[in-house]
Design a binder for this molecule. Structure first.
Ligand code: SF4
Length: 168
């Protein structure tokens, strides 16, 4: 009985795959299928994965130089406290902000607690010259492409995000 159930499940999966393949090929044949960036966005926007340009890809190398020295977290205690848990300091954003694109919407919300002018100043003291401002803009632009920053649930924080670029 179990074997029969498994067989039926496999058969259904195979039929589904065959139907999907047939539909895709048919759409291509009549020119109705989506291609390139359009198809990519249709498939991956919902997963928080917007496409990146060759220039952006090249810049991403400069985003990953953080050695976790902690220098850029100096003076961030007030902003961290004010964020209600959404912002854990500059270092956390520099370490993880550019590494997982599906998390960019949450990262963009965290970035909203630290003004760009502050990131500019912190770039000057960073021993590995992490491009903090560029990283922040990259994360926010990619998050915007798939729906914008995701605020924390109200149960975690009832504080509104700070306006980007505004002073502390
Ligand atoms: S100062 Fe630079 S290297 Fe140090 S934690 Fe911050 S981003 Fe990383």
């Amino acid at each position: 009985m179990i074997v029969f159930g498994t067989m039926t499940g496999r058969l259904k999966a195979l039929l589904l795959l065959a139907l999907s393949l047939f539909t895709t090929l048919l759409k291509r044949l009549v020119g109705r299928g989506r291609h390139g960036i359009e198809a990519f966005r249709e498939n991956y926007d919902a997963d928080g994965l917007p496409p990146v340009t060759p220039d952006e890809r090249a810049s991403m190398v400069g985003f990953q130089r953080c050695i976790a020295c902690g220098l850029c977290d100096r003076g961030e205690a007030e902003r961290i406290a004010r964020s209600g848990g959404a912002y854990r300091g500059v270092m956390a954003l520099m370490l993880s902000g550019a590494r997982s694109m599906p998390d960019f919407r949450a990262a963009a919300y965290s970035f909203s607690f630290v003004p760009e002018s502050v990131l500019e100043e912190k770039e000057k003291i960073c021993p590995t010259r992490v491009q903090m401002v560029a990283l922040s803009r990259f994360v926010r632009s990619k998050a915007d492409a798939v729906g914008g920053a995701l605020p924390l649930p109200r149960t975690v924080s009832s504080l509104p995000p700070r306006k980007l670029g505004s002073e502390a």
